[in-house]
Design a protein around this ligand. Structure first.
Ligand code: SF4
Length: 304
């Protein structure tokens, strides 16, 4: 660790203590940010933790929709996002107005909304899901005539393939996961014939069909711990490799693509975290009318 990093961390730790702060950190964050986490996890794990915390301030080291979800669940807490530009391009591919139009076209449909969406879109949805529980959530909608799944067409397509449910898919996608290509997996499988291949369901279908396991980042962390395989080819945002390698020093983790970087996730740094705590900014707060409707969809997901 550089001296300057040590000094930054000291300042961050002091402010953390005096303001009763919890750091919730997504698996795609920079290693230096993961190292100061109170909890590192996927969207589901982080929202479960946010719902139960006793801290007064939540610093969300992730992207905007994650901080909004924390605010939806904990309206009395201060939720800070260290950089306001840390948004999710996939979440921006749908708006509440466009979803309302789609609902008018399918009046009997239920709306399942991937957590990677704005609070306004969640407020227009019946139930939320993450990549860790999407299959289970859709399986439970046995009485739904039709299902509209937003905004990720590839997660929606994967859920369809696992549940046998046809769904109306919104044409959104993650620009980072679409950089994960078939030819890279094929090449790496030839190079590491003993390796297991794990990929995220935000990848294209031609990629997910090549994988041994398709799972959320939380699922990958567990898989890496439990598998007998000594080599694992990893098809998701490369920030997760830091944690995989740190927790499993005896195993080799090979990224499918070094290009699979989410630039918005990387806006959160030790510098921006310190700035955020010093200025108590940027505070993320969802207006109460939207929050209550969005919370109904998130609660339905968290109920199980
Ligand atoms: S990795 Fe993709 S889905 Fe996740 S925050 Fe970045 S752009 Fe959004």
């Amino acid at each position: 660790m550089e001296d300057s990093d040590a000094a930054l961390i000291k300042k961050i730790e002091n402010l953390k203590k005096s303001r009763n702060v919890i750091f919730l950190v997504h698996n795609y964050q920079l290693g230096e940010v993961q190292d100061i986490a109170d909890l590192i996890g996927d969207s589901l794990e982080l929202s479960q933790k946010a719902a139960k915390t006793n801290a007064d301030v939540i610093v969300f080291c992730g992207v905007q929709f994650m901080a909004e979800t924390a605010s939806i669940l904990c309206p009395d807490k201060i939720v800070l996002l260290p950089d306001l530009h840390a948004g999710c391009p996939m979440a921006d591919m749908i708006t509440a107005e466009r979803l309302q139009e789609k609902k008018k076209e399918h009046p009997g449909a239920r709306v399942v909304c991937y957590v990677n969406s704005s609070a306004e879109v969640k407020a227009e949805s019946d139930v939320c899901c993450t990549s860790a529980n999407a299959v289970r959530i859709v399986e439970k909608l046995t009485d739904a005539e039709e299902i509209i799944f937003v905004p990720d067409q590839y997660l929606g397509n994967y859920v369809s393939s696992q549940t046998g449910r046809e769904m109306i898919l919104w044409p959104g996608f993650c620009p980072t996961h679409t950089r994960i290509r078939v030819q890279d997996i094929t090449r790496l499988k030839a190079e590491y014939p003993q390796a297991k291949v794990v990929v995220h369901p935000e990848c294209r279908p031609e990629v997910t069909t090549l994988a041994d396991e398709v799972m959320s980042t939380g699922g990958m962390i567990k898989f890496a711990r439990e598998t007998d395989a000594e080599e694992v080819i990893v098809g998701t945002e490369i920030g997760i490799l830091y944690r995989l390698r740190k927790e499993n020093p005896g195993k080799k983790f090979i990224p499918v693509s070094e290009q699979a970087i989410c630039p918005r996730m990387k806006l959160i740094t030790l510098d921006t975290i310190l700035w955020s705590l010093e200025n108590m900014a940027h505070q993320v707060k969802v207006p109460e009318e939207i929050r209550l409707r969005a919370k109904a969809a998130v609660d339905k997901m968290l109920e199980g």
